[in-house]
Design a binder for this molecule. Structure first.
Ligand SMILES: Nc1ncnc2c1ncn2[C@@H]1O[C@H](COP(=O)(O)OP(=O)(O)O)[C@@H](O)[C@H]1O
Ligand SMILES: CC(=O)OP(=O)(O)O
Ligand SMILES: [Mg+2]
Length: 405
């Protein structure tokens, strides 16, 4: 029997999301989340999808990612889906930064791990967790291929004029300072699904994709290839995010160093963890911000307006980059669920052919759908992302190419 199951691990700074997928029929067997790793109140939320049982929650401190992954393995084992299963073909890992060298999914060896570790300074919130995830999975199943799928990969097609900063070339090249872009697995998956929804050939479809989760990024996609994206050397550039500032004048950093005596690390922490929506109004969850706006809270209102203003600027910029746009596509936690964000982001852009239909926009759903008025020149769509399935597809393609039709 050829193994057909892929375990996907998406290790974040304080959480591990996982899914076990049988690629024979693209069947999801289990999914879950280990959260608040390192805190007293850690938990594993586990959904045994194949067994059809209800969700389980397991409480108890998980000191680090190593412990978290072991707890996840135990939850899977309790459903007869343990990591010792001979049906497991590989473990697929989301790795956020692959730099210039790692631009395709790869089977991880020591050299690949070293390169992911070398990139920690440019993805300090993400790459360390990704490395721990891979090392722990290797210890649990040393015989299995561990495959890394990079957030940066999809953006490696960006032309030089979009990827380069206007910096002294020698300095930039010596330190590999350039724009890499992130959330690429999501941008790639959503672009394909959006073309399907539009009934168009992906090679002839131009899209502005807005991935709005805790981290948020926009991309301009021409014919299935990334032409520009809002995140840069690190996942800090671009849109306003949950806790990250996105674009600022780089001189803010020197200014804070000189007038506030802040060190580089302190400014780094400020911009990554205490800025964005959280820094502006004390909340980083869009649901809570909408509640506060409904209660007349001015700080929440201003935070929302700043978030939308930035989003709108990127829609305009990428419209100009692409010249012709088939659709603006919303995805991830905020993009898929927050109708007021979608409405506000395209408000006033009728001259560009952009509008949402109030009723379609307000409707809830898990399916990809159009929310622009019938006959609109430029469509507006909501396309749920599925980074885990995409990682499983890429992992499976790499370890079992002969098995594919
Ligand atoms: N119904 C909703 N309305 C508005 N925002 C929502 C809703 N559901 C989820 N979100 C937002 O989605 C965010 C998480 O998005 P997600 O894509 O899961 O992020 P990540 O993968 O980066 O953790 C939350 O911070 C929350 O603000
Ligand atoms: C790269 C990045 O920002 O990822 P996330 O949104 O998961 O934090
Ligand atoms: Mg995400």
């Amino acid at each position: 029997m050829t193994p057909t199951r892929i375990l996907v691990l998406n290790s974040g700074s304080s959480s591990v999301k996982y899914q076990l997928i049988d690629m024979a029929g693209r069947t999801r067997l289990a999914a879950g989340l280990a959260e608040r790793i390192g805190e007293e109140t850690s938990a594993v939320l586990h959904q045994p999808l194949a067994a059809g049982g209800g969700k389980r929650e397991r409480q108890g401190r998980l000191a680090d990612h190593d412990e978290a992954l072991k707890a996840v393995a135990e939850e899977l084992a309790a459903d007869g889906l343990g990591l010792d299963s001979p049906e497991l073909a590989a473990i697929g890992h989301r790795v956020v930064h692959g730099g210039l060298k790692l631009t395709e999914p790869v089977v991880v060896d020591e050299a690949v791990l070293k390169e992911i570790e070398r990139l920690v300074p440019v993805a300090p919130l993400h790459n360390p967790a990704n490395v721990t995830g891979i090392r722990t999975a290797q210890r649990l199943r040393p015989d299995l291929p561990q495959v890394a799928v990079f957030d940066t990969a999809f953006h490696s097609s960006m032309p030089e004029h979009a990827a380069r900063y206007a910096l002294d070339v020698e300095t930039a090249d010596a330190h590999r300072v350039r724009r890499y872009g992130f959330h690429g697995t999501s941008h790639a998956y959503v672009s394909r699904k959006a073309a399907e929804l539009l009934g168009k050939d992906p090679a002839e479809t131009n899209l502005i994709v807005l991935h709005l989760g805790n981290g948020a990024s926009a991309s301009a996609v021409r014919g299935g290839r990334c032409e520009d994206t809002s995140m840069g050397l690190t996942p800090l550039e671009g849109l306003v995010m949950g806790t990250r500032s996105g674009d600022i004048d780089p001189a803010v950093v020197f200014h804070l160093g000189r007038v506030a005596g802040m060190s580089a690390d302190e400014v780094d922490e400020l911009l990554n963890k205490r800025s964005g929506l959280l820094g502006l109004c004390g909340d980083n969850d869009m649901r809570q911000i909408r509640r506060r706006i409904d209660e007349g809270d001015a700080a929440a209102r201003l935070a929302f307006d700043i978030y939308i203003h930035r989003l709108k600027k990127y829609i305009g910029a990428y419209y100009a980059v692409l010249g012709r746009v088939d659709a603006v596509v919303f995805t991830a936690g905020v993009g898929e669920n927050a109708a007021p964000v979608r409405e506000a982001a395209v408000a006033g852009l009728e001259e560009l052919g952009l509008a949402v239909d109030g009723e379609l926009n307000a409707a809830h759903g898990k399916e990809a759908r159009l929310i622009s008025p019938a006959g609109a020149r430029v469509k507006v769509a909501v396309v749920p992302t599925d980074e885990e399935l995409e990682i499983a597809e890429q992992t499976y393609a790499l370890v079992a190419p002969a098995e594919r039709p």
